[in-house]
Design a protein around this ligand. Structure first.
Ligand SMILES: *Cc1c(COP(=O)(O)O)cnc(C)c1O
Length: 858
């Protein structure tokens, strides 16, 4: 690979450059850089190093070089970005507004180079300048304003909407501190603040000239025409824009993140009274709104008030932006000068990601009624037709509810509107079902003096969807069963997906090349093309190429792991990976019990001699407040230490704990996995998306029948996966019968041995009791039925080992998995949203490049 050759100084003699260039062209499989493009990149890079960073090559650091290159890449984005906006203003298409409290974007540099189509030119330019591209890329911090999967989904959505040419905006919050950085010290998780803005962000453009005021507190008064929200405190929302380039289609959409800024006039009275210092302190307080992202799910926030303000802040600022844009369109104009909102829903669709952005509903009602003077009925119709709601949770504890008292204090006018929404909802229920008040009041949006945001999301939207078939059915049958009966046509399913740009083309060039050789270069935007690989699933040459790609990736990872953790691993061992949040519901416990079971066999069973070694990778963050999750991390690291150092084991099992799991670590590990584990108890995962990334990269999935796995099984077939454990109905049955984990423990000698060891301090010799509480939790409660699935899981993992020995069979399975993963492209997901909910048309052809970037297009 051209790009992986850095750190070789090349003389900048022109003649030699040409020769070098020619040589490199021959080995470049990713694309061929044109000499003039390379020269332009070099010139842009040098210009930015000099004029933007004000450094020379003698004092510039790797980070400076990264900044120079990022700025140079951004130059190539700018004209496309401006032109995309111009076209959108001319054509006035229906726009999609995607609201999310979380974005997990990862790094931008390589993704942007790829999507703009200048990756090979940049690689070549850096190479010629004697710079190591991988080192420059590693200088970029991640944009990680997310707790995990929902934020990652939002990022995939943005990539896809741009790549399909859908006129879309992402809105979010620019937290000063996003997700924490995880450090493992003495086996324990430590949380560092991720100071992602410290060195500046080359992709971001602040737009302080476009601020909007956001109001809080105050009271509601009667005005001449109705109700009025007065005496409020005001905070400004400042937009910060990020370009989101589509894949080689010259479209660049915008992600707009809001940051809080206090207003000059805020507490003006205090200024006048001379309390200058207090006034400054108050300004700082106002800006706290966007200071930190809350780590935990709803209802557990330590400071609920700031979280509530964050949610409203996002909705209010974004809605003002949306309305401003709408007001500048022709369809909104009237002769009288008053804005006509009757076309609003035809030109705007607001997709609410989870309930966190459901404040859009009462906020749009307030604006339409109090400010624009529409009637309740007319306003409700506009709101209903322009909002859509995606639910991402399945566990009912994560459904968001806000204390009425708190809403009353922070958003008094919205509370009035919420009461009224609930009133009409209850009237509607009574009328439809002719039920008595008792039943109806069980279905109120308000219970225990809290307002149910999920019900609001359903009532105020034109469409409600879950994120996998299983999850959407669950919503209909359980979570929203009564609301479903009321308006069945609203409910639909759209299964999640992942972007093949980042999750294959970017992170796995070796496999991408093998695929491109067969399918050409369009597959990153037409992933259904992978289907045709199925006919090559027994083709010897193709199998060899696929397994060679995996071997190369593994070899490279072995070096990285050695550098980072000082641990040697066998590149020919089976790479067994479990990476995602560390939480009881993900059941890392099963993985732990399997590792200990293998350990005991190797250590105590003389007749046991496995044919191949296994390297288990476990990565993930536990929420800072999740004590159990953190103990699980400690348990894993303790076991890893004992096993990795045990001479009897001699490397037959190795356990690697990956630190600070996030997008970048995912990009490293996913291309290398032979198997990937998804162990949740059926009924606890809404969709899951990481299994889709693993399949796409040729890993075989070990999983329970939960979330989107059911659909994956349907596509690829049981025989090409390792499915184990109870299904949802069996779990329900066991639950009804009464589940006693202690019984299971007593009856299974291997399991008993593992748990006794852990409990008695075998893996924690310095603190024998360290894990006894954790084990007791399993033995007495075992909320996620870990022990019940142990036996089948171990059996299945044994099957994984024996299957892996049969390379032919394994490679056939790998190819069959890759071939069906086209269905799990985010582009399929977004096309379904576009058709079923948004009613917008994806673009079929790329825009022509703007004149000033013709030169750089290849
Ligand atoms: C895909 C992804 C996730 C989602 O993982 P699940 O296993 O679906 O929960 C979380 N974090 C990162 C960094 C991801 O890339």
């Amino acid at each position: 690979m051209l790009r992986r050759m850095g750190n070789i100084p090349v003389k900048s003699d022109d003649n030699e450059n040409v020769i070098q260039n020619e040589k490199l062209k021959q080995i470049s499989v990713r694309g061929i850089a044109q000499v003039e493009d390379v020269n332009e990149i070099k010139a842009g890079f040098n210009r930015h190093l000099h004029y933007t960073l004000i450094k020379d090559r003698n004092i510039a650091t790797a980070h400076d070089f990264y900044m120079a290159l990022a700025n140079c890449v951004k130059d190539h984005i700018v004209s496309r970005w401006i032109r995309t906006q111009q076209i959108s203003y001319q054509r006035e298409p229906k726009r999609v507004y995607y609201l999310s409290m979380e974005y997990n974007m990862g790094r931008f540099l390589q993704n942007n180079m790829i999507n703009i189509g200048i990756e090979d030119a940049c690689d070549e330019a850096m190479y010629q300048l004697g710079l190591d591209m991988e080192e420059l890329e590693s200088m970029e911090g991640e944009l990680h304003l997310s707790n995990g999967s929902m934020g990652r989904l939002s990022a995939c959505f943005l990539d896809s909407m741009a790549s399909l040419g859908i006129p879309a905006y992402g809105y979010g919050i620019r937290y000063n501190a996003g997700a924490f950085t995880q450090r493992i010290i003495d086996g324990e998780q430590h949380e560092d603040v991720d100071d992602w803005l410290r060195l500046g962000n080359p992709w971001e453009r602040a737009r302080p000239e476009y601020v909007f005021p956001v109001h809080f507190y105050g009271k509601v008064a009667n005005s001449a025409i109705g109700r009025e929200w007065v005496d409020t405190q005001v905070v400004y929302a400042v937009p910060h824009d990020y370009p989101i380039p589509g894949y080689k289609n010259n479209v660049v959409n915008t992600l707009r993140l809001w940051s809080a800024k206090s207003t000059e006039g805020f507490k003006l009275k205090l200024f006048n009274n001379g309390d200058y210092i207090q006034a400054i302190f108050d300004r700082c307080l106002a800006e706290n709104i966007t200071r930190v992202m809350y780590p935990t799910a709803a209802n557990t926030y330590e400071n609920q008030e700031i979280r509530l303000k964050q949610e409203y802040f996002l909705c209010s600022a974004s809605l003002q932006d949306i309305i401003t844009r709408y007001k500048s369109s022709k369809v909104s104009q009237t002769d009288t000068g008053r804005t006509d909102f009757t076309n609003f829903a035809e030109k705007n669709i607001i997709q609410m990601n989870n309930t966190y952005s459901a404040w859009i509903i009462p906020e749009l009602m307030r604006i339409l009624i109090d400010v624009e003077h529409y009637s309740w009925g007319a306003a409700w119709k506009i709101v209903n037709n322009s909002c859509a709601f995606t639910n991402h949770n399945i566990l009912s504890v994560s459904l968001e509810k806000w204390p009425v008292e708190l809403i009353q204090k922070v958003l008094p006018r919205h509370m009035e509107i919420l009461y009224q929404i609930n009133f009409f909802h209850l009237e509607n229920l009574k009328e439809t079902f002719c039920v008595n008040l008792d039943t109806v009041y069980g279905l109120s949006c308000i219970s225990n003096e809290c307002f149910d945001m999920a019900m609001l999301g359903v009532l105020g939207s034109c469409a409600v969807n879950g994120v996998s078939k299983f999850h959407s059915n669950y919503l209909k049958n359980f979570t929203f069963s009564k609301l479903y009966e009321l308006e069945p046509e609203k409910f639909l399913n759209i299964t999640n997906g992942v972007t093949p740009r980042r999750w294959l083309f970017l992170c796995n060039p070796t496999l991408s090349n093998v695929i491109s050789e067969k399918l050409g270069d369009k597959w990153p935007v037409q992933l259904e093309k992978l289907e045709s690989l199925r006919k090559l699933c027994r083709d010897n040459n193709f199998m060899r190429a696929i397994s060679k790609a995996k071997e190369d990736n593994k070899q490279k990872l072995v070096e990285t792991i050695h550098k980072k953790y000082g641990i040697e691993i066998d590149p020919f061992s089976l790479f067994d990976v479990q990476v995602h949040k560390i939480h009881e519901y993900k059941r890392q416990w099963l993985n732990i019990l399997h590792i200990v079971t293998l350990y005991n066999r190797l250590k105590y069973n003389k007749n046991y001699s496995p044919k191949q070694c296994r390297t288990v990778f476990i990565g993930g963050k536990a929420e800072p407040g999740d004590k159990i999750g953190k103990s699980i991390i400690k348990l894993i690291t303790s076991i890893a230490q004992i096993i990795n150092d045990d001479p009897v084991i001699d490397g037959k099992i190795k356990v690697i704990v990956l630190e600070n799991y996030g997008v970048t670590v995912a990009e490293e590990i996913i291309p290398c996995a032979d198997v990937s584990q998804h162990l949740t108890l059926p009924g606890s995962e809404a969709s899951g998306t990481s299994h889709m990334k693993f399949m796409l990269n040729g890993s075989i999935i070990v999983a329970t029948l939960d979330g989107a796995i059911l659909e994956i099984v349907n596509e690829v077939g049981h025989v090409n996966m390792f499915i184990f454990g109870m299904n949802f109905d069996e779990k329900k049955e066991l639950q009804a019968k009464g589940y006693d984990p202690m019984e299971v423990y007593k009856q299974n000698a291997d399991l008993k041995q593992c748990l006794d060891q852990i409990r008695s301090g075998f893996f924690s010799p310095r603190n024998l009791d360290e894990f006894s509480d954790l084990v007791d939790r399993l033995l007495t409660k075992d909320e996620y039925f870990v022990l019940a699935d142990y036996e089948d899981y171990i059996h299945t993992q044994d099957l994984v080992s024996t299957t892996f020995e049969d390379k032919k069979k394994w490679n056939e399975m790998v190819i069959r998995n890759i071939a069906v993963s086209g269905r799990f492209s985010i582009d399929r997901t977004v096309r379904e949203y576009a058709k079923l909910i948004w009613n917008v048309e994806p673009m079929t052809e790329a825009l022509p490049a703007p004149a000033d970037c013709d030169k750089i297009l290849n």
